[in-house]
Write a protein that binds this ligand. Structure first.
Ligand SMILES: *[C@@H]1O[C@H](CO)[C@@H](O)[C@H](O)[C@H]1NC(C)=O
Ligand SMILES: *[C@@H]1O[C@H](CO)[C@@H](O)[C@H](O)[C@H]1NC(C)=O
Ligand SMILES: *[C@@H]1O[C@H](CO)[C@@H](O)[C@H](O)[C@H]1NC(C)=O
Ligand SMILES: *[C@@H]1O[C@H](CO)[C@@H](O)[C@H](O)[C@H]1NC(C)=O
Ligand SMILES: *[C@@H]1O[C@H](CO)[C@@H](O)[C@H](O)[C@H]1NC(C)=O
Ligand SMILES: *[C@@H]1O[C@H](CO)[C@@H](O)[C@H](O)[C@H]1NC(C)=O
Ligand SMILES: *[C@@H]1O[C@H](CO)[C@@H](O)[C@H](O)[C@H]1NC(C)=O
Ligand SMILES: *[C@@H]1O[C@H](CO)[C@@H](O)[C@H](O)[C@H]1NC(C)=O
Length: 487
């Protein structure tokens, strides 16, 4: 998109934001009204923990019969749960018997369901090249005849990767292949699919050797169609760092429930660090300020795993301080993003338990599941110190809003705000700046970084446009406030 068009769009959206009601997430393309919660195996796998159904069971048991009713808690396998280089007789994805050695995937799904959880699995576009001579279930169409084998002369991209070949999505047979895969998932009891390596997005162009086509959005459309007809209730999460420009954003929002706004927050066998969260939050800021439609929005962000449930003594999967643990949860929650943990749930401490299960925290998450936070200071531009507001959900007395005050700390290189304000900072906004300048609001502190203040306490009332909501925040500290209009 050219600069002029981008500026034009920005102006258009700014005007809409100012003129209309606050951003609202409506029903997603597959009918969901809240983001997924639960656990995903990717961070564990990155930290050299082998993937097995027993291991995943031990992690997810943290949530067994301990979920907030009305929300989907997914126990999700990342890459590695399925046979890597071939499908069944019709080229359908197979669960790896090595991973499901002690329990079949069907039995595990049943166990999860009986404990109030749901099953998530992972796939990437295309079918296996070794299945080229097999036919798509219920047809005489060979899988190989559906492959796009055209090599892009300029880039050498041949669509062949990870034992697979991507499809020509318009061909008769491609939808039937996706249907057959989704039917299989339904028989097993799968409730959530993470569809990774979608383009445009997913590193294409970063010269890391992927031979992916520039546009395989057709996979998202085909999965949406299959799920809609064959698997009502199933969720579709698409990944990663997806292009948010048109015509693609329109495809994403009409076909998936959530989209990854950024790359992985973890890098191999290393603890997750704060510098990366500055980048992911910036990707969210762009998502919510630049690419939104007029409300209701249909697609929610996936900001990758929350690694807030453990301390660094018990687990080295993240390097977060106590304050950073509060902050990642608060920022992800404020965004209305998936709340899918990547922490070692066999090592949760009291703080981790509180952050992930406290009823008042979950109620705040229930609010932001529909009303995402938007930045109000610095005209919504990248900012080390920010006041975000989610809602309000109505105009009159009783209206509610969530305010998040954040001090992201000095820019560690990927935050896009560039400032280096160090130490404690006062962060605040007037009710007028927050867009709720009329009336009187009671303020309740729900969560903060500890830091000498008490959570779950009422702070009093703030009145009129000049009334101030503020806090003194150390580097990386955030505070989550619930506001209720009292007059
Ligand atoms: C498909 O069949 C053809 C013809 O028999 C054979 O040459 C080719 O190796 C087969 N491909 C695969 C992937 O099995
Ligand atoms: C597949 O081909 C066989 C043999 O030609 C034919 O009997 C059968 O009806 C075909 N099946 C479909 C689904 O077209
Ligand atoms: C087939 O793949 C090539 C190389 O990635 C790409 O340029 C072309 O657009 C693709 N064709 C279709 C129909 O998707
Ligand atoms: C992307 O791929 C889809 C499915 O193959 C196709 O319908 C669409 O026109 C393509 N879009 C662009 C911009 O190339
Ligand atoms: C994390 O701890 C495990 C032992 O629990 C150890 O094997 C691993 O090397 C540690 N990783 C790092 C990056 O320190
Ligand atoms: C860290 O977590 C473990 C539980 O995994 C707990 O026993 C320990 O007390 C915690 N340490 C601190 C400093 O909170
Ligand atoms: C802030 O940065 C300055 C300059 O780098 C340094 O001298 C000072 O100690 C820092 N203060 C804190 C509280 O980190
Ligand atoms: C909050 O705002 C009030 C009123 O403007 C001011 O007196 C107070 O010092 C501020 N507190 C912090 C922590 O910035």
């Amino acid at each position: 998109m050219g600069l002029l068009t981008a500026c034009g769009l920005f102006l258009l959206y700014s005007v809409q934001l100012a003129a209309s009601s606050p951003p609202f997430y409506g029903k997603s393309a597959l009918g969901h009204t809240s983001p997924a919660r639960g656990w995903n195996s990717f961070v564990a796998q990155s930290n050299s923990n082998g993937l097995s159904v027993g291991y995943v069971d031990s992690q997810c048991s943290f949530f067994y019969n301990n979920v907030q009713p009305g929300y989907d808690y997914i126990c999700s396998f990342d890459s590695g749960w399925s046979v890597s280089c071939n499908g069944d007789d019709n080229g359908r994805i197979l669960a790896d018997p090595g991973v499901f050695s002690t329990m079949s995937i069907q039995d595990f799904a049943e166990k999860l369901h009986s404990n109030g959880m749901k099953l998530g699995i992972y796939m990437i576009p295309g079918a296996f090249t070794s299945d080229a001579n097999k036919t798509v279930e219920g047809t005489n169409i060979t899988i190989g005849s559906l492959f796009n084998t055209t090599v892009d002369g300029r880039t050498g991209i041949n669509n062949n990767y990870n034992c697979r070949n991507d499809f020509i999505y318009s061909l008769d047979g491609v939808q039937q292949w996706h249907d057959s895969v989704v039917k299989q998932f339904v028989l097993w009891g799968v409730d959530f699919v993470k569809l990774d390596y979608i383009t445009p997005g997913s590193s294409l162009g970063d010269n890391d050797g992927d031979s992916k086509p520039a546009n395989d959005s057709g996979a998202v459309v085909a999965m949406h169609s299959a799920i809609t007809r064959l698997a009502p209730g199933m969720r579709l999460d698409i990944s990663w760092a997806l292009d948010r420009q048109e015509p693609f954003f329109d495809i994403w929002k009409h076909d998936a429930d959530t989209l990854r706004v950024d790359q992985d927050i973890n890098a191999g066998n290393n603890p997750v660090v704060w510098a990366v969260l500055q980048r992911t939050l910036e990707m969210y800021r762009q998502f919510i300020t630049l690419t939104i439609d007029p409300s209701p929005m249909m697609i929610r962000p996936d900001m990758d795993s929350l690694v807030v449930a453990t301390n660094t003594t018990a687990s080295n999967w993240s390097a977060f301080s106590t304050i950073e643990r509060y902050s990642q949860l608060t920022l992800w929650l404020g965004a209305g993003a998936n709340l899918i943990l990547g922490s070692d749930l066999t090592k949760v401490d009291a703080l981790g338990r509180m952050l992930t299960t406290h009823p008042e925290v979950l109620d705040a998450a229930g609010f932001t599941a529909n009303w995402p936070m938007v930045p109000k200071l610095n005209s919504g531009a990248p900012s080390q110190l920010q006041a975000w507001i989610a809602g309000p959900n109505s105009a009159g007395t009783g209206a509610e809003a969530v305010v998040v005050l954040s001090n992201l700390g000095p820019d560690l290189g990927q935050g896009a705000f560039g400032t280096q304000l160090n130490g404690t900072q006062g962060v605040g906004a007037t009710l007028a700046q927050l867009g709720i300048g009329s009336g009187k609001w009671s303020v309740r502190r729900v969560l903060g970084g500890g830091n000498g203040k008490t959570d779950f306490t009422n702070l009093g009332t703030v009145n009129g446009p000049a009334g101030v909501v503020n806090a003194s925040l150390v580097e990386h500290e955030t505070v989550l406030l619930k506001l209720t209009k009292v007059a």
